[in-house]
Design a protein. Structure first.
Lengths: 798, 358
């Protein structure tokens, strides 16, 4: 919402300058986004006269002008066709920033002749697109005076962002009214003197709505004005419209635009000569079309309101008029429409049709229902003043909708919600200044004014009081501390996520955050891409599927980095994967990948991505999140996007805690990745909750003083036997004495029969009571050999 | 006696001359061995008279001690020389690069989220969570944004395809549905923050279709606007790690709060860097307000008894402001150069007692 300072002052008696007004407006909730003050931004530009203009010695199209700037005589090279002796124009001295050309002027030689300044066009000053010639000012303009004043641009333009609830401030008058309530000045009377009709309107109007849809347009008023002579509107009107970025069209149209911005009252001016019979407001018939003023044809539906004559729809109610019945230079009789349209219906219509208009902007925020008739009278006045003519009597269908509602209110609400101690008299005074009617003593009854359709309850009234009183006057109040020393607030799940994150970064992974939606083709590779997980309106065709796994985003990121020349990446992300398209069907996952050969190193390169780096990464994060060693078993194989023989699953019963492994070669190829790629996915929600314990005390450390004994064994077993089988059997051989069993070598090849392998383990025996004798050690060793042989069929390698 | 002196001189000379341990050992055997020079001398003692023995005994013994000491010293010197020679031969180029211990990074969004939690946890704000895919009811209706409300249009909502159960869920446009979930599942007093991903169908240089918000919600019997103001002020000081901030609350409009206000803080943007606690520019950093009574009602809380406030910050925006990250879109692009540059070390865990950041 834009307006000029002088326009505001037409409604508000105030001595305040633009900056003060802007501050106050922002303070009361009318956020000033911008104050454009040409007098300030064009301060360097002055009025100057061309003393002489002769052809440039070296260029046909250029002229050499001697310019009287009021301070000196400057030589200026000028290319404008209208540069001539005696012209009074706008001069920019060297060093001036030219906003329309975005450069700072310097003394320059143009085709060998020095130019000390510039005569400017309107475009160069960002006043218009006019660039065919330089600006010409009246000959008697004072030489050397500020150009902005000479151009009539001393009026600052203020741009206010109006929040969707403040329909009452979509007009200059409304803003003046709010500022007056904030005591920035006195609101001048906005009363409109009715213009008596001189004949009955030959056009009658009616409301034709089916039961239940009457609220679409509760009141519709109009009047015919005949004998008008349309033409350009007066200079002051044009200037005002231009200042806020509107294009003056003709007096009849400009009047409606002026009143929309001045009073927030949208109107429509029909050329009555082009209307067929009487007018009505009704719902559109499905499929009905209308060529609107923007030159586009719209197809309407039965939820939309139209203004129609007896032939067809002539306007989309509250949104835009029809092209065929618009006023033109030839219009001699016109019909002015002033109505109240339902905000919701108007918003829906505008949105469905994709039309943004000044009328829609106001109707959807709610216009003042009491100003339907005064708005029409004001339009009549101005039309008669600008275009002459003779007005009919006003015709009205329907009635002003009921807007009065009493809100029970207590002044204590201000203290309760805002913490502000204010005497009731002051609260009442503020509401009264805003136009609210208040009755009662302690239990107040407050009736909002007709223009405040947004105020419904006590909280709204508190807001009114607080914003006018000033939020800066609300004292900050410390919140209570529920506990003297703060307590932990995170849930165990939240804590797990943080631990996994820190663990992975410690292992060398860089954390990423990726969009939750990915290309459908990628989703399909990871078990997703189904219709239910598709977005209806994706931002782009390749961000259309909710991700079924975090891996595709990570793989795509690694591929992007490879394309940038970084062949090796260790990336992880913690976030949601989506199991379906409904709420709460998402799983919290920590996933990571190593992609590409690690950088070469003369001594020891980083581990290359393979199943065992993936397993180590996975266990590091899982253990950090779990808070201890992972006791869940590892099973071969994982999800289909992993290498079937080089991947594993860690699960507790049916609950999968994690997948890890090398990625399937087809997946690596699909993402165009170079080099090996391994990865893991940890399903954080599946990690068991820590057991609640009554004490933080740890179990007593049982460290023996006796020397431990280590013995190595190598077993030749069938190739299908797993390390786990041997380790488990060895561990179980003597649970008392065997403290640790570790695998330290695997051998296949010479000396070991085909189809067999040799696994070497180190067993640590920890005596608890006394040192072991050789015989006892041998006995345990035999138990170990027997146990492994029994479990795996392996034989001790000699 | 000269014999003894000569012997001693010869032995010591031989010790000195020994080039290695073997040579030294030969000298030792020759001097101290069973048939060595000194042993032979000692043998002569038996033939002497007690008086002579009294004189010569100590002389021979002290000779033996001196030789023993000299051999030990020589042995030590030889060992040292051997070790020195080995160490010399083992010298390497210390400028050679050591194997790298990989150093990962924490994403700025995670780090800033942890900072926010660290600050507000001190005031006992719990961390609440909710799903990214939401119902229309929780994202809009119960937040007092009925269908066709103009505010709903400002949200640029992503919708899911219609589901088997006939619903058309959406991607939450703000973290406010977590407020709804919290109020529906907990009894006041409530103090929570809800950080998380949010989505708007909007993408340009300054917008991303996914971004992060953190919402704060307090519901009890006495919390009012003054408390909100205090919390915002204290939060900003703590977050930006400055002793003072100048804050401005501007009346604004959100359907779910009444009164509603936007929060600006003063800053200095001169010199291409942003500083808080000084300067003349205003920077919008949050939306806030008292929870609308209608929202309380729709979430099963009696607005006559309970009241409270809500506020919302953009996590990415806070990260950009505090750490001078110029653009939003690279947050989600995972360019390794960006991650390494703007990311945080694994052990930079924000904590109030240590300082939130380095």
């Amino acid at each position: 919402m834009k307006f000029t300072l002088s326009w505001l002052k037409e409604h508000l008696d105030t001595g305040a300058d633009a900056a003060t007004i802007a501050d106050k407006a922002t303070n009361i909730g009318l956020e000033v986004e911008h104050v454009e003050d040409k007098a300030a931004s064009l301060a360097a530009f002055t009025v100057a006269r061309v003393i002489s203009a002769v052809p440039h010695p070296n260029a046909d199209k250029l002229r050499l002008c001697m310019v009287d700037t009021g301070r000196e005589t400057a030589q200026v090279v000028c290319g404008a066709p209208n540069a001539r002796e005696g012209l009074v124009g706008v001069f920019a001295p060297p060093g001036t920033y030219i906003p329309g050309s975005d450069f700072t002027l310097s003394i320059a030689k143009i085709r060998g002749v020095e130019s000390r300044g510039m005569l400017c066009s309107e475009r160069e000053l960002l006043l218009s697109n006019e660039h065919d010639g330089i600006i010409e000012l009246p000959p008697d303009t004072k030489i050397g005076s500020p150009a902005a004043a000479a151009l009539g641009l001393t009026d600052p333009v203020i741009d206010v962002a109006i929040t969707p609830n403040r329909g009452d401030c979509t007009s200059v008058y409304g803003i003046a009214r709010d500022l007056a309530a904030a005591r920035l000045g006195t609101l001048k009377s906005g009363a409109v003197t009715p213009v008596p009709g001189q004949f009955p309107s030959p056009i009658r109007i009616s409301l034709e709505f089916p039961a239940g849809a009457e609220t679409a347009c509760p009141i519709f008023a109009g009047r015919l004005i005949r004998g008008v002579k349309n033409g350009p509107s007066p200079e002051w009107v044009q200037k005002r419209l231009k200042a806020i970025g509107l294009r003056p069209i003709s007096a009849l149209v400009d009047v409606t635009n002026l009143i929309a911005h001045d009073r927030g009252r949208p109107l429509h001016a029909f050329d009555a000569g082009k209307l067929k019979g009487h007018m009505r407001a009704r719902l559109a018939t499905p499929g009905e079309t209308l060529l609107a003023l923007d030159g586009k044809t719209y197809t309407l539906d039965s939820e939309m309101t139209v203004i129609a004559d007896e032939a067809t729809a002539r306007g989309i109610a509250g949104v835009m008029g029809g092209e065929d019945t618009g006023c033109t230079e030839d219009t001699t009789q016109m019909f002015v429409e002033s109505a109240y349209f339902d905000p919701i219906r108007t918003a829906r219509t505008g949105r469905t049709l994709g039309i943004v208009s000044d009328a829609r902007y106001r109707f959807e925020r709610g216009v003042d229902p009491e100003f339907v008739i005064p708005g029409l009278e004001l339009a009549t006045q101005l039309i008669l003043e600008f275009c002459g003519g003779e007005p009919s009597e006003i015709v009205v269908a329907g009635a002003v909708p009921q807007w009065k509602r009493a809100i029970p209110f207590s002044a204590t609400e201000v203290k309760r919600l805002a913490g502000l101690d204010m005497p009731q008299t002051e609260i009442v005074a503020i509401l009264t200044r805003l136009g609210f009617e208040i009755s009662g003593q302690a239990a107040l009854s407050v009736v909002p004014p007709s223009w405040r359709s947004d105020v419904h309850g006590p909280a709204d009234l508190v807001e009114e009081v607080v914003r006018i009183h000033g939020l800066e006057n609300v004292p900050a109040a410390p919140m209570s501390r529920p506990y003297a020393v703060a307590r932990a607030v995170l849930t165990s799940a939240q804590r797990r996520e943080g631990l996994a994150r820190r663990a992975l970064a410690t292992c060398g992974f860089d954390e990423c955050v990726h969009f939750s939606f990915i290309p459908r083709a990628h989703a399909a590779l990871f078990g997703g891409g189904d219709e239910a997980r598709q977005l209806e309106n994706p931002i782009s065709a390749d961000l259309d599927a909710m991700r079924p796994s975090l891996l595709p985003s990570l793989l795509a990121a690694a591929a992007r980095n490879q394309a940038r020349g970084f062949s090796h990446a260790m990336l992880f992300e913690i976030g949601a994967q989506f199991e379906s398209g409904v709420p709460e069907a998402q799983t919290d996952v920590a996933a990571g990948i190593r992609a590409g050969e690690p950088p070469r190193h003369w001594l020891k390169a980083a581990s290359a991505p393979d199943i065992f780096t993936a397993k180590a990464d996975c266990l590091a994060a899982l253990e950090a999140a779990w808070g201890g060693p992972v006791t869940a078993p590892v099973q071969p194989g994982a999800a289909p996007w992993y290498h079937p023989g080089r991947s594993g699953t860690i699960a507790l019963g049916p609950k999968v805690l994690a997948y890890f492994g090398e990625l399937h070669p087809r997946i690596i190829a699909a993402f165009d990745l170079k080099g090996p790629v391994s990865g893991f996915e940890i399903f954080l929600d599946a990690i068991p909750e820590p057991k609640a314990r009554p004490t933080k005390a740890r179990a007593k450390l049982d460290a023996s003083d006796l020397m431990a004994v280590e013995r190595d064994f190598a077993f030749v077993v069938d190739a299908v036997i797993t390390a786990d089988q041997i380790l488990k059997a060895a561990r179980a051989a003597d649970r008392q004495l065997i403290e640790r069993v570790e695998l330290f070598d695997i051998y296949e090849g010479k000396g070991v029969p085909e189809g067999k392998k040799s696994l070497a383990i180190a067993v640590t025996l920890q005596p608890k009571e006394r040192t072991l004798t050789e015989a006892e050690i041998d006995a345990v060793a035999q138990k170990i050999v027997n146990a492994v042989t029994k479990a795996t069929g392996g034989v001790l390698r000699s | 006696m000269t014999d003894i002196a000569d012997s001693e001189r010869d032995i010591l000379a031989a010790i000195d001359a020994a080039k290695d341990e073997r040579a030294l050992d030969e000298v030792r055997v020759a001097a101290l061995g069973k048939k060595g020079t000194i042993a032979e001398l000692l043998k002569t003692l038996g033939a002497l008279s007690p008086d002579e023995r009294k004189i010569k005994g100590p002389i021979f013994n002290s000779l033996r001690d001196r030789v023993t000491t000299a051999i030990a010293a020589r042995k030590k010197a030889l060992e040292d020389a051997v070790l020195d020679a080995r160490l010399h031969s083992e010298r390497v180029d210390v400028t050679l690069p050591a194997p790298e211990i990989p150093r990962g990074t924490i994403h700025p969004v995670s780090h800033v989220k942890d900072e926010i939690i660290a600050i507000l946890a001190d005031l006992d704000f719990k961390v609440a969570e909710g799903p990214d895919i939401e119902s229309d009811d929780y994202n809009f209706t119960r937040l007092n944004i009925p269908a066709e409300h103009p505010a709903r249009q400002m949200h640029d909502t992503f919708y899911m395809k219609p589901q088997a159960d006939g619903t058309r869920p959406l991607l939450r446009t703000h973290t406010s549905p977590v407020q709804v979930r919290t109020m529906l599942s907990q009894k006041p007093p409530i103090r929570v923050i809800a950080p998380g991903r949010t989505y708007r169908c909007d993408s340009d240089a300054t917008h991303s279709p996914m971004f992060h918000q953190v919402e704060g919600l307090v519901i009890d019997e006495e919390t009012h606007l003054g408390h909100l103001k205090w919390v915002l002020q204290e939060f900003c000081k703590a977050f930006f790690e400055v002793p003072q901030v100048t804050m401005r609350l501007r009346p604004s409009y959100f359907p779910f709060t009444e009164p509603s206000m936007e929060v600006d803080i003063q800053c200095d943007r001169s010199g291409g860097q942003i500083r808080f606690g000084e300067g003349k520019d205003w920077l919008e950093i949050a939306g806030s307000g008292m929870v609308h009574p209608r929202v309380l009602e729709l979430c099963g809380i009696d607005p006559k008894r309970y009241q409270g406030y809500a506020f919302g910050f953009g996590i990415d925006r806070l990260a950009m402001l505090k750490y001078g990250i110029p653009d939003l879109r690279p947050f989600f692009d995972s360019d390794l150069r960006w991650l390494k540059h703007y990311g945080f070390a694994a052990l930079d865990i924000p904590a109030l007692h240590e300082g939130l950041s380095r």
